[in-house]
Ligand binder design. Structure first.
Ligand code: NAP
Ligand code: HSE
Length: 430
């Protein structure tokens, strides 16, 4: 290893090709930074007949992962193959063989990150995963290092490029949901199965990773309240706009003395909020720290070179540790017990859109349900629907608990159909 550090690359798709390109194009810079040569020794692929990057010699390719994992001359395994089981097994085998590991795999890190980080600690190896959340944005390093001195009390993120792209196109270009999703798929933002983007699973996994790190606790996928884009009904984007809000799919994590709450859902975000201006496929993570106050990181959340930038930065970190012989010295053990706040302790304002019979006394019936559950209302608006004997009623609440919100919704069902409902964040600017 003295004059050369060898990489075993598991996967040469979108991200893997970007990693190979950056390592090739930035060789001199890397040598300057590290004082050694960093080179790709072997590459795992599945399909031997695919055309490959010409910068790589054909004899580096293999379809046998153990040819890489059992090669004692390989120092760092870079897992960019995706999937869960095989990727997890490869990471485990690499760590057990004393190799440093870099991964971009949010699925593995969200489902098995806690156990893999414990294994890495036990084996005194590095396990870096910067690219697993928000592609090219250095958010993991910011939480681990840049804000290490602070106590983070809340974190909000637009961490899924596909849904942000769809909502931007629907709002700014009046594009249909289907067309916007097709474009997001064509441009390579969406997952192979885009339901994990639009149903919120992809963002939920990223919020598990971020929340665990930000609050030094073990957040699990089942702790995240998830609502997907199918909650959004015709006319909701325009309504959000008319009240001074923008509809965004946002991951939120908050912590206080009662515990933490984590969610991914479409919300009404005040136009004045920093995240409201994050458009298209871009990602951003807004952090509130007790001492730093507000900060926000913004950038490309996906794509070959942006994501590979994070992977290669992790490779550099692992190389530095190798040269100093200090791998696996980071503290990963959670500081705090996992305490998830119950719904009656999570407070927010809510937007409720209902369809009711347009008849005398209806508003009184509706508002009496809110008062029965102590859910204070900020405003009520009624819009009759011409010639149908029906009316749409919009109710905005003051701060109420999620439990009150759920109780109200459940009790309204006898007299109204609930068209849609959303949490509201930030103060409206209009
Ligand atoms: P991809 O384009 O589908 O590439 C996957 C690569 O892994 C391909 O080269 C494939 O081989 C190889 N591979 C997959 N399963 C294999 C197996 N069982 N045996 C051998 N080779 C196998 O995926 P990607 O978009 O680069 O994503 C890689 C990882 O990065 C995923 O965990 C993803 O979530 C994460 N990530 C991606 C992005 C992004 O913008 N794409 C952003 C952030 C994080 P073949 O080439 O032979 O098919
Ligand atoms: N499908 C993901 C997104 C890719 O749209 O953000 C990056 O993780």
């Amino acid at each position: 290893m003295n004059n050369e550090i060898s990489i075993g690359l598991l996967g040469l798709g979108t991200v893997g090709s970007g990693v190979a390109r950056i390592l090739n194009q930035h060789q001199q810079d890397l040598h300057h930074k590290l004082g050694v040569q960093v080179s790709i020794k072997k590459v795992l692929i599945k399909d031997e007949h695919k055309e490959r990057l010409s910068i790589l010699d054909r004899n580096v390719f293999t379809t046998d992962v153990y040819e890489i994992l059992n090669d004692p001359s390989i120092d760092i395994i870079v897992e960019v193959m995706g999937g869960i089981e095989e990727a997890k097994q490869s990471i485990e085998s690499a760590l057990l063989a004393g190799k440093q590991v870099v991964t971009a795999n949010k699925d593995v890190m969200a489902e098995h990150g806690h156990e893999l980080l414990k294994l890495a600690d036990r084996e005194r190896c590095d396990l870096f995963y910067e690219a697993s959340v928000a592609g090219g944005i250095p958010i993991i390093r910011t939480l681990e290092d840049g804000l290490a001195s602070d106590r983070i009390s809340s974190l909000m993120g637009i961490v899924n490029g596909t849904t942000n792209f769809i909502l931007t196109k629907m709002k700014q270009e009046n594009m249909s949901y289907e067309k916007a999703l097709a474009q997001a798929t064509e441009f390579g933002y969406a997952e192979a199965d885009p339901s994990s983007d639009v149903d919120g699973l992809d963002a939920a996994r990223k919020m598990v990773i971020l929340s665990s790190l930000a609050f030094s606790t073990e957040v699990h996928l089942e702790d995240v309240l998830v609502r997907g884009m199918k909650e959004i009904q015709d006319g909701d984007l325009e309504l959000a706009n008319s009240f001074g809000y923008t509809m965004k799919m946002v991951g939120t994590s908050k912590k206080d003395e009662e515990g933490i709450e984590v969610s991914v859902e479409p919300i009404f975000l005040a136009n004045s909020h920093l995240l409201a201006s994050v458009n298209n496929e871009f990602n951003a993570v807004y952090i509130y720290g007790d001492t730093v106050g507000e900060t926000m990181l913004y950038g490309p959340g996906a794509g070959s070179l942006p994501t590979a930038t994070s992977v290669v930065s992790d490779i550099i970190a692992a190389c530095r540790n190798l040269l100093l012989e200090v791998n696996g010295k980071r503290v990963h053990a959670a500081q705090h017990k996992r305490v998830i706040k119950p719904a009656n302790c999570c407070y927010a304002k809510y937007f409720h859109r209902l369809l009711v019979k347009d008849e005398v006394g209806m508003l009184t019936k509706l508002t009496s349900i809110y008062s029965k559950h102590n859910a204070s209302l900020q405003s009520v608006m009624q819009h009759p629907i011409k010639n149908e004997g029906m009316a749409e009623v919009i109710l905005l609440t003051h701060q109420i608990s999620r439990q009150q919100h759920l109780d109200v919704i459940e009790n309204l069902e006898g007299i109204a159909s609930i068209i849609s409902h959303y949490r509201i964040e930030g103060e409206e600017s209009a």
